[in-house]
Design a protein around this ligand. Structure first.
Ligand code: PLP
Length: 357
């Protein structure tokens, strides 16, 4: 089937095959990666390779550190304020459910000022980042760069002098080249474009480390994990290994993030061009802010939406039901979704429109 789930989502087939071939024995170690000590020299080589591959693929500058964290992106919602909110204040732009949750979490530790929100039009756009009245004394500005549920993404990043930009990139990381130097900190849960669920990765500008109060729990201090090369305690070993396979796939099979972006733009264009060419299905998002990863659409009625999802499933197009906050349908077309999957979806939509329009 083609799996349009918003996450956990598809992994490239070649990655799964490689993992399968190494499942029982990694190299000539006599062990599965799942079984080996994280302190062994074999595993040490794996984790080092994963970090250096990520640094290469994302072109991470020297003055940024990388850490692998358990607890998913939601734990990052707390770690960000716990580590960076030195002035007791931070700015948040709310463009959907996850940025709202991040702001609510931060409000437990200080003043999380919502400087802009797109709630007025049900999160179908991104506020104009140049027209926002940012706080001068904010410790950082937080955004969610791609809004998984509402199918929007920033067309332009806010850049406020002296205020580090912190971005949740869970549903867009590795989908295109990223200028890491524009961020103070970026983080992502891995379960969409990077690896099986179970981990978040943070890329942190060096000067932002070491600012957490003494009272911050050891495991929630970025410095603990980063200073120990993500080996302070037992890391999510298997997940890190799988991330390495995905990074090698991006480098060796796709040809890097510029090529990945080209593929993703082409896939998204197939779907959006079709949506724009007819009147049966509707995509509510302002064109400029359309996500290339999550495409939302509705049919003329909730009954037809339901029928669409059921029939699509029978045709091998699964997990198209929209998030409960939005309704309708959502096609998540992350890196691993082949072009053929999107073509089949568009063909199915045309057919459904003909039969029900
Ligand atoms: N941020 C974004 C943009 C997401 O899409 C998600 C999950 O789908 C999360 C955060 C929450 O991630 P996690 O489930 O890893 O805590």
């Amino acid at each position: 089937v083609y799996n349009f789930s918003a996450g956990p989502s598809m992994l490239p087939e070649s990655v799964l095959k490689k993992a399968q071939s190494e499942l029982l024995e990694y190299g000539s170690s006599g062990q599965s990666v799942m079984e080996m000590s994280h302190r062994s020299s074999v595993y040490d080589a794996i984790i080092r390779d994963v970090e250096s591959s990520l640094r290469r693929v994302l072109a991470i500058p020297e003055n940024y550190k990388v850490g692998f964290f358990q607890g998913g992106a939601s734990t990052q919602f707390a770690m960000v304020p716990l580590n960076l909110m030195t002035t007791g204040k931070a700015d948040y732009i709310v463009t959907g459910n996850f940025s709202k949750k991040a702001a609510e979490e931060a409000a437990k530790f200080g003043e999380a000022r919502i400087v802009a929100s797109s709630k007025d039009r049900n999160f179908t756009y991104i506020p104009d980042v140049k027209a926002i009245d940012y706080s001068k004394d904010a410790s950082y500005l937080h955004i969610c760069e791609n809004n998984t549920i509402f199918g929007t993404r920033y067309a332009e990043l806010p850049q406020v002098e002296g205020v580090p930009l912190v971005a949740d990139m869970s549903s867009c990381i590795l989908s295109r080249p990223t200028d890491v130097s524009k961020y103070g900190l970026l983080y992502f849960g891995v379960q969409k474009n990077v690896a099986p669920a179970g981990m978040a990765v943070a890329v942190v500008r060096e000067d932002l480390l070491g600012r957490a109060a003494e009272s911050v729990p050891t495991m929630l201090n970025y410095k603990t994990i980063i200073d120990a090369d993500s080996m302070y305690n037992t890391p999510p070993c298997w997940c890190i290994y799988m991330m390495g396979l995905v990074l090698h796939y991006i480098e060796d099979e796709v040809g890097g993030l510029a090529q990945m972006e080209k593929r993703n733009n082409e896939k998204a264009a197939l779907l959006y061009d079709y949506l724009d060419s007819q009147e049966f299905f509707t995509n509510p998002v302002e064109k400029k802010y359309r996500s290339v990863m999550n495409v939302t659409f509705t049919s003329p009625s909730p009954e037809l939406d339901k029928k669409f999802c059921a029939q699509a499933e029978q045709a091998g197009l699964v997990n198209l039901k929209g998030h409960r906050l939005v309704g309708g349908m959502r096609a998540s077309i992350y890196n691993a979704m082949p072009r053929a999957g999107v073509e089949k979806l568009v063909e199915f939509m045309r057919e459904f429109e003909r039969e029900n329009g």
